[in-house]
Ligand binder design. Structure first.
Ligand code: SF4
Ligand code: SF4
Length: 412
């Protein structure tokens, strides 16, 4: 698409990037076919091609309006369109650039502004979020249905291994996951322990910054990234072989640190090293497939084959382009993995989307639950705490992280 950028962005790094992306789009519209919001709303401006066009107009100098912002707000940033696009258009990068410009030109007011500020302040603070979650659980039966759905019942984390192995890796504990689903990181530590790897928790890591980044507070997200890098650095220097992501939503964001901090002379080289060390938990376990298979033999024997269906988070299948890895691990552990229809579509969780766009989010969730439960699975499995909580609010079928199932087999 031919593009003539306005002075507001021309000549900047973001402008050059946006121009290259816009030029790569041939306007074919194939991406609309796999866009969840286009499928729901049927409006060209609620699909990727229309949003690309809106961003192009803004970057060429046209004044954005509240309507422009609404169409961009409705985007889940699921990146299904990137997987579909035959021209390799980096839609998500363009969306980030477009949203930042529109946010500055069309300020938010009232409830919308207040809600976003509260989310930016509260969610990334693990201690605060933990206290709020504990309080929420106390009064859970009295909460309105919509809030109750965001407060999963308390679960135990179980034993955390104490053996220190020669091989070490670093975990990102996360900001909301430890209080919502404490067993996920503990299960990851137990499985890695059986494979001879110690999972190290770096103190003061906190939130990776994804939440603030997707709420358009880029400077705060950069600060989060610097703090996380500082927390991991001594462990990396001390010989940790990888940084393990147990939540694909965090993984896709941390893999982008090098891009986020590219203009920071102090942190850019460190961010590059961090990105090179980041792996999704499924990639690590798959690399240890040999010893894992031996371990699994014992647990798998005499075990009834449990029917699972895997909901692959968008941040795993589209954002990180990791497909089939978790499914393979579940099958190796003796689970039956039923295929999910429309598996490419987002469940509607999408970070804070379920709070900011609740109606669309619930519609997407209900469609997803219908697709996942069609084959009557015993368990729905996923790889991201946000998707797990969101899906669980829409179905009585248990929803778990896949590592909890592998841990269960090994501990049987
Ligand atoms: S983003 Fe890709 S699929 Fe969508 S209109 Fe542009 S070139 Fe076509
Ligand atoms: S990121 Fe997802 S919701 Fe946004 S335009 Fe692409 S496919 Fe549609």
């Amino acid at each position: 698409m031919e593009t003539h950028l306005a002075n507001l962005i021309k000549g900047t790094r973001a402008g050059q990037e946006a121009e290259a992306i816009l030029r790569s789009c041939v306007h074919c519209g194939f991406c609309n076919a796999t866009c969840p919001t286009y499928q729901l709303l049927g409006d060209e401006l609620d699909g990727p091609r229309g949003r690309i066009y809106l961003i192009k107009q803004v970057l060429e100098g046209e004044a954005p309006t509240a309507k422009t912002r609404l169409h961009l707000d409705r985007c889940l940033n699921c990146r299904s369109c990137e997987t579909t696009c035959p021209s390799g258009v980096q839609y998500s990068r363009l969306l980030d650039i477009g949203r930042e410009v529109v946010e500055a030109k069309v300020p938010r007011h009232g409830r919308d502004r207040l809600l976003r500020n509260m989310l930016k302040a509260a969610l990334p603070r693990a201690a605060f979020f933990g206290a709020a979650m504990a309080l929420g659980r106390l009064v859970r039966p009295m909460l309105p249905r919509v809030l109750r759905a965001k407060v999963p019942p308390r679960t135990a984390a179980g034993r955390r291994p104490t053996t220190v192995h020669g091989r070490t890796m670093i975990e990102l504990a996360g900001c909301v996951q430890p209080s919502m689903y404490p067993n996920i990181n503990a299960a990851a530590a137990r499985v890695l322990d059986r494979l001879g790897i110690t999972l190290l928790d770096a103190p003061s890591t906190g939130c990776c910054g994804a939440l603030r980044f997707h709420l358009n507070d880029v400077e705060a997200a950069k600060q989060d990234a610097r703090r996380v890098i500082d927390a991991w650095w001594p462990l990396l220097e001390g010989g940790a072989e990888a940084i393990v992501m147990t939540a694909s939503g965090c993984g896709v964001h941390v893999r982008d640190y090098a891009h986020l901090l590219q203009e920071d002379p102090l942190y850019a080289p460190k961010a590059l090293r961090v990105c090179a060390a980041v792996l999704d938990l499924s990639e690590i376990i798959a690399r240890e497939q040999g010893p894992l298979t031996t371990l699994l033999e014992g647990g798998r024997r005499n075990r009834a084959r449990i029917a699972t269906v895997f909901h692959s988070p968008c941040t795993l299948q589209h954002g990180q382009q990791l497909r089939g890895v978790v499914e393979g691990l579940l099958q190796a552990a003796g689970f039956t993995a039923k295929p999910a229809t429309s598996g490419h579509l987002c469940c509607g969780a999408a970070g804070t989307y379920s709070i900011l766009e609740p109606e669309l989010s619930v519609q997407l969730r209900d469609l997803k639950v219908q697709a996942l439960t069609g084959g009557a699975p015993s368990v729905i499995v996923s790889a991201n705490a946000g998707c797990i909580a969101h899906l669980q609010a829409g179905t009585p079928v248990p929803v778990q992280h896949w590592i909890e199932l592998i841990d269960g087999v090994l501990s049987a």
